[in-house]
Design a protein around this ligand. Structure first.
Ligand SMILES: Cc1cc2nc3c(=O)[nH]c(=O)nc-3n(C[C@H](O)[C@H](O)[C@H](O)COP(=O)(O)O)c2cc1C
Length: 196
């Protein structure tokens, strides 16, 4: 057994802190895997904005493909890999939307440019011509000129409540270490080791 603590959220926090001090770019980038109700999976990167035992939170467009898949099948998986620390973390669980208040607070903290970007992007829909997007950015800049930019109703956050977290550490000769934390029926984390 390695240097893991018994609380996987604390453990994640320790590893994340380590990655933040060593990774050159985007230590908060994670793969988000979702799937349709008939089992067709898809994956993409998103940024982790907050985490606790209640959930790992990311923000996105509610009309995007990932959001449509989450409405069909509100179960997802996350995967982090930090090259600088040679570690991987996999997280699985049900996904719900964050509260409107929480989304408002986070949106308000974003840069003006990112707020405009959220309004201008019809995420995951076909863009026939890049100029159309540039024009939409300009249009929203004019619309909100000199004003606070509100959060679009089609933009919010999701929180994945973990029921499984696996910590993977690279070791020599591919004899890696894997520790699996699973929530049991009493909501207590049970830990076991896995063959690499
Ligand atoms: C490092 C990185 C971080 C990203 N972070 C986000 C994010 O936090 N939210 C988001 O909606 N898209 C983010 N994206 C873009 C997504 O990967 C994806 O292209 C977009 O959300 C559309 O995905 P979908 O069509 O599957 O919904 C990020 C991409 C990269 C490479």
């Amino acid at each position: 057994m390695s240097d893991l603590t018994i609380d996987p959220i604390v453990q994640f926090g320790d590893w994340f802190k380590d990655a933040k001090s060593k990774e050159t770019k985007n230590p908060e980038a994670m793969t988000l895997a979702t799937s349709t109700s008939d089992g067709r999976p898809s994956a993409r990167m998103v940024l982790l904005k907050e985490f606790s035992a209640d959930g790992f939170i990311f923000y996105t467009n509610l009309n995007s493909n990932k959001a449509l898949e989450l409405s069909e099948n509100p179960q997802a998986a996350l995967c982090f890999y930090w090259r600088s620390t040679s570690r991987q973390v996999r997280i699985e669980g049900p996904v719900i939307r964050v509260s409107e208040e929480r989304a408002d607070t986070y949106f308000a903290s974003r840069s003006r440019g990112s707020k405009i970007g959220a309004w201008a992007s019809d995420q995951s829909r076909t863009l026939v011509n890049r100029n159309l997007l540039d024009q939409r950015v300009k249009d929203y800049e004019s619309k909100f000129l000199g004003e606070e930019i509100p959060r679009p109703t089609f933009w919010s956050g999701y929180q994945l409540k973990p029921n499984l977290i696996e910590f993977w550490t690279e070791r020599d000769n591919r004899i890696h270490e894997r520790q699996l934390f699973k929530l049991d029926e009493s909501s207590v984390w049970q830990v076991s080791s896995l063959y690499p």
